[in-house]
Ligand binder design. Structure first.
Ligand SMILES: Cc1ncc(COP(=O)(O)O)c(C=O)c1O
Length: 416
């Protein structure tokens, strides 16, 4: 193929199998009717009629914005009020001890880009879990770093501290900095949630591995689905674990408005740094602001101002919390239908606690999904399983889905 691309860019292409399956599902639904198609690919909340949910309080906040609030350039770091609101909304009553500051980013994706770019070197390994969101691979690869993964869960379905320790120790035997992305809350694709003790165990591993003082750890809790992971204050308790850490451990929360505020396409989020050291927090803002200037420049003003308007009114926050709680319950109900039927059908799934997705571990996932598509069911094949978006499949359509899956697994000769 004739190519003009520079060596590092040659051969790359973004063929996203999730969006591709989604497009096929939409095309089929247009042809034969929405009620005939089960689209379990989409990572957005759809209501029981299949419509995208946009929280009312968010819709109203957008309607109230002035042209200036929509169109003016925002400061590169982000509006101060917006950043403070992100910090408050992220931590709730569990704000960790230490210096905390934030930089605006286009969603959680922007956070991950900057952390990889600014805290690891070209050629370094970046540590992620074996069950992970596919975009991590591209974010790491496109920055010319290498993906290294460890087994997220033990056989009996808990955080695998020992696999985590082994990977951290090994990487730090060769690198000065280790960047770890840990989507430990309402994990995509499994729905697993690490307990406070498990987060503590992860942090203890990092403390031990860096205690000599000549190595540094940058832990990135990816909290994209935080707002649908449990009761508001209860599910935030783990943030306390990140307080009072040694100065060579920096925690950067990947906070996003995509899910919690249903602002997916607005591309708005924030990287929130937590450290016990004044210089580290200053450097955090300086270097990430610099990278923002050098990549996307300023972020979306309208989305930041919509959040500011919501957060300055306690009544609106109450409404936001109530709406989210309602969708959290709906997703739990959908997941419960699937899990009950899956158990009856003998279909195994990775321990699900909360969040947008359930994972069915299986070999030959592509063949299983191909067979399901013949029955108008669209799911996402992963390397080691199949992802079902419980956020987007109605309760009615969830009924019988485990049975279809059991049959497709049989037809494809796949093993669990
Ligand atoms: C695990 C995980 N992290 C982060 C994100 C960030 O998404 P966004 O950049 O839209 O905020 C997503 C979105 O699907 C996700 O699944």
């Amino acid at each position: 193929m004739f190519s003009l691309a520079a060596p590092h860019a040659k051969g790359k292409s973004a063929e996203d199998n999730i969006f591709a399956a989604n497009n096929r599902a939409i095309a089929l639904a247009e042809k034969i009717g929405n009620d005939q198609v089960i689209n379990g690919t989409v990572g957005s909340i759809l209501d029981e009629d299949g419509n995208l949910v946009v929280l009312d309080v968010v819709k109203n906040a957008f309607k109230e914005l002035t042209p200036k609030e929509i169109c003016a350039y925002a400061p590169i770091q982000g509006y101060r009020k917006f950043l403070d609101d992100c910090i408050d909304q992220c931590f709730g009553e569990s704000r960790p001890e230490g210096y905390i500051d934030a930089c605006s980013t286009p969603g959680g994706t922007g956070v991950l880009h900057h952390v990889i770019h600014n805290y690891s070197e070209v050629g370094d390994e970046v540590l992620i879990t074996d069950w992970h969101w596919g975009a991590y691979d591209s974010l790491i690869d496109d920055n010319n770093r290498k993906v290294r993964s460890f087994s997220f869960l033990t056989e009996d379905g808990h955080f695998n501290t020992s696999a985590f320790r082994d990977a951290v120790t090994d990487i730090l035997s060769r690198q000065d900095n280790i960047v770890i992305i840990l989507n430990g809350i309402a994990n995509n694709p499994t729905g697993y949630c690490m307990s406070v003790d498990e987060w503590q165990a992860a942090v203890d591993v990092l403390k031990e591995a860096t205690k000599g003082g000549d190595k540094n750890a940058i832990l990135v809790p990816d909290v994209a689905y935080l707002d649908y992971s449990g009761e508001k204050q209860e599910c935030r308790k783990f943030f306390k674990v990140f307080g009072g850490l040694p100065k060579n451990i920096l925690v950067v929360c990947a906070y996003t408005l995509s899910k919690g505020f249903t602002m997916y396409g607005q591309r708005m989020g924030a990287m929130i740094g937590i450290t016990s050291d004044k210089d580290v927090i200053k450097e955090f803002v300086d270097i990430n602001q610099y990278s923002s200037r050098a990549t996307w420049s300023n972020c979306n003003s309208a989305a930041q101002n919509a959040m500011i308007r919501i957060c300055e009114d306690p009544e609106k926050i109450k409404e936001l919390d109530a709406d989210r709680a309602q969708y959290f319950r709906l997703i739990q109900e959908r997941a419960a239908i699937f899990m009950k039927e899956a158990k009856e059908e003998g279909v195994k799934f990775v321990p699900y606690i909360s969040g947008f997705f359930i994972t069915i571990p299986v070999t030959n996932s592509q063949a299983v999904c191909d067979d399901l598509e013949k029955q108008h069911v669209f799911l996402v094949p992963l390397k080691k399983g199949i992802r079902l978006a419980v956020c987007s499949v109605s309760k009615a359509k969830m009924e019988g889905l485990a049975h279809k899956l059991a049959l497709a697994i049989k037809v494809a000769g796949a093993k669990q």
